[in-house]
Write a protein that binds this ligand. Structure first.
Ligand code: ADP
Ligand code: MG
Length: 627
């Protein structure tokens, strides 16, 4: 509980005690009023001040204004009739209890999100003369060697140059099993080092590291409003003044009608009381509070499961997803290729692989990484110049002053090189040296273990169609699609063809059904941003993906996609429940109030009761079953 919340709790209790005491104190008129003023001010002074400030700034129609007018009015009525002051105080009291409750709930969901925030490292250790020195992560330059001890967070992305350990990645991925890490492997900031001491050479600045990216993203998430939230704030802008004027009309019109037309007594007190009750009932707090809170809790729950949602609007869109389009490599397959065979080589196999690895030395494409891995020896980067990567084709580079081209058939055609087809099913990397064909390397990728289950899970989550787009050959694409149960495949696409395909799909569906594109962020950033909703998976390594995607899955498990959809559905269901529940009860109470059936007690119970229930319901969005 925060200090503010404790203070409020104290005020609530004090007011309750004072009211009970005063109830048994037999005192005369004026003194009674002055004594009752004490608990009223104890509980309501801040609301009165807020309302006053609102009026002064000409932004008066808010909840504080409603509450202030209603309770001041009720106090005045009580003075006039020498009646009961407890009603006005009780209204304030319950309103404050509701507010307290709500701030507690907001705090609770914020804490869930801040568990993610907890990944913010406070320092980095640098070794100096055998001593560890703690420095601000912001001041660590790229290439610096930092030391991470067991129990510490990895502050900056880098490569382990010494040591092995296991890492707790749960804050990032929602994955509870520790991950083993060896010398030579890349590590990302935000993980907690569990067992061994690691020496890490940083590859990024702190500001560009995963941890900073995630924190930025989470901090900005609540600023992107969903349509429902927009609706609520627009609604409140019209609704509150409308209610105030209605209350005014209720206070004055019936008495005037009674005097002038019917010749009866005006009954001012009665009608003013009804108007005040009407004001209390109409307070839209439950809606105004619980809708953003539901989204907030939904985003918090999702992040706890390793799904980063960049804003409430995306949660809303995701819940309406009916088409899911996948990139193949790295998304449905592991993107780790194994060399199966080398054919038609004019050079020794080892030499061919060496040239391929050298030419691919600068690319982040999974194929390049795999070829470098297969070659296995360190690469002398000074041997390579003039690297040109052609998306969806391959690379061309100068190695030892030879022009090496490595890529698919498209690249060979483009360079007008006579290449040999391969009878194997697999991804083929053709090589040409100085314009002459030098053979090809057959590589194959492995389907991710959960990919098949993920497609099935999407189907049962109500997705109508799954589509796979790939730049790979038709044979490989069909094989993968068949194995996974994907409905439609398009193969041999260039990255720009993928955009065109997604646009075609976007046009052919109805606007209510949303299309999600899932990619790994390597050369598919344009598609990610073109789809109704872009989902990047395992994007922790790729900045472009984090930028371009609307939803980032922290690890690369495709099962997370259906999970994200289910989280969003649950959240939206809660939002709608709250909207209908709150508006429904309001309307009923308003009618009862206008006809004089509901008194102020019922009003305040309805108001606070609805709010408490709506807030409790909103909090449900926070709880997400782990995979
Ligand atoms: P996808 O991710 O859908 O498999 P990409 O656009 O990443 O498609 O790649 C399509 C094809 O282009 C690959 O299958 C490969 O044949 C070729 N290719 C792309 N980049 C490279 C590269 N760096 N080296 C070799 N071949 C590449
Ligand atoms: Mg790709």
């Amino acid at each position: 509980m925060s200090k503010k919340q404790k203070k409020m709790l104290f005020r609530i209790l004090l007011t309750a005690v004072l009211m009970v005491l005063l109830h048994f104190l037999p005192v005369a008129k004026l003194l009674r009023f002055l004594l009752y003023l004490i608990p009223y001010l104890v509980i309501g002074y801040d609301i009165l001040i807020k309302a006053f400030k609102g009026v002064k700034n000409r932004q008066m129609f808010d909840e504080s204004f409603l509450m202030a007018v209603a309770t001041v009015g009720a106090m005045a009525l009580a003075v006039a009739k020498d009646g009961d002051y407890t009603e006005a105080i009780a209204v304030m009291l319950f309103y404050q209890i509701g507010e307290w409750f709500q701030s507690y709930a907001v705090g609770k969901s914020r804490r869930n999100i801040s568990e993610l925030m907890d990944i913010r490292p406070d320092y980095a250790n640098i070794e100096k003369d055998g001593q560890l020195e703690q420095v601000d992560p912001d001041e660590v330059e790229i290439g610096t060697i930092i030391v991470v001890q067991p129990g510490e967070k990895i502050p900056i992305d880098g490569i382990v140059i010494n040591g092995h350990s296991s890492l707790n990645t749960s804050a990032l991925t929602g994955e509870s099993l520790p991950r083993e890490i060896q010398t030579g492997e890349e590590v990302i900031s935000g993980c907690i080092n569990l067992t061994g001491i690691l020496k890490i050479q940083t590859t990024k600045e702190f500001g560009e590291s995963t941890v900073s990216k995630i924190l930025d993203l989470v901090e900005n998430a609540s600023s992107r409003k969903s349509k429902s939230e927009d609706f609520i704030s627009k609604f409140a802008r019209v609704y509150t003044p409308l209610v105030c004027y209605s209350a005014l009309a209720l206070a004055f019109l019936p008495p005037l009608v009674r005097i002038s037309l019917l010749g009866l007594s005006a009954d001012w007190g009665d009608w003013v009381y009804r108007a005040l009750t009407f004001l209390v009932i109409s307070c839209p707090c439950a809606l105004v509070v619980s809708i953003p809170l539901s989204f907030f809790a939904g985003i918090g729950g999702a992040s706890n499961a390793g799904v980063l949602v960049k804003g409430s609007n995306y949660l809303e869109t995701l819940s309406q997803t009916r088409y899911v389009v996948f990139d193949k490599t790295g998304t449905l397959t592991q993107g780790v290729f194994q060399v199966n065979a080398i054919h038609h080589n004019t050079l020794p196999e080892e030499k061919l692989l060496e040239y391929a690895a050298l030419a691919e030395s600068a690319s982040s494409h999974p194929i390049s990484k795999s070829l470098r891995e297969a070659y296995g020896k360190p690469l002398e980067r000074s041997r390579i110049t003039d690297i040109e990567e052609i998306s969806g084709n391959g690379v061309i580079a100068q190695v030892d002053n030879l022009c090496i081209a490595a890529g698919n058939a498209k690249l060979m055609k483009r360079l007008k090189i006579d290449y040999k087809d391969c009878h194997h099913t697999g991804t083929i990397v053709h090589l040409a040296i100085d314009g002459t064909y030098a053979g090809h390397i057959v590589i194959s990728d492995i389907i991710k273990p959960h990919a098949k289950g993920a497609i099935a899970a999407l189907k049962s989550a109500g997705v109508h169609q799954t589509v796979m787009l790939t730049g790979d050959t038709d044979a490989v694409a069909k094989q993968v699609a068949k194995e996974l149960g994907i409905d439609v495949v398009y193969s041999e696409l260039l990255p720009e063809d993928k955009v065109t395909k997604v646009e075609e799909l976007l046009e052919s569906k109805s606007p209510k059904e949303k299309l999600a594109f899932v990619g790994d962020g390597i050369n598919d950033a344009p598609v990610l941003s073109r789809a109704d909703i872009g989902i990047a998976m395992g994007a922790m390594g790729s900045d472009a993906a984090i930028e371009a995607a609307d939803i980032v899955l922290m690890d690369d498990d495709p099962l997370k996609i259906s999970k994200a959809i289910n989280i969003s559905r649950k959240c939206l269901r809660i939002v709608y429940e709250n909207i209908w529940f709150a508006i429904g009860i309001k309307v009923i109470c308003l009618l009862l109030g206008a006809f004089g059936i509901a008194n102020m007690w019922l009003a305040v119970f309805a108001d606070v009761g609805v709010m408490v229930l709506a807030v409790l319901n909103a909090i449900r969005a926070l709880f997400v079953k782990k995979l």
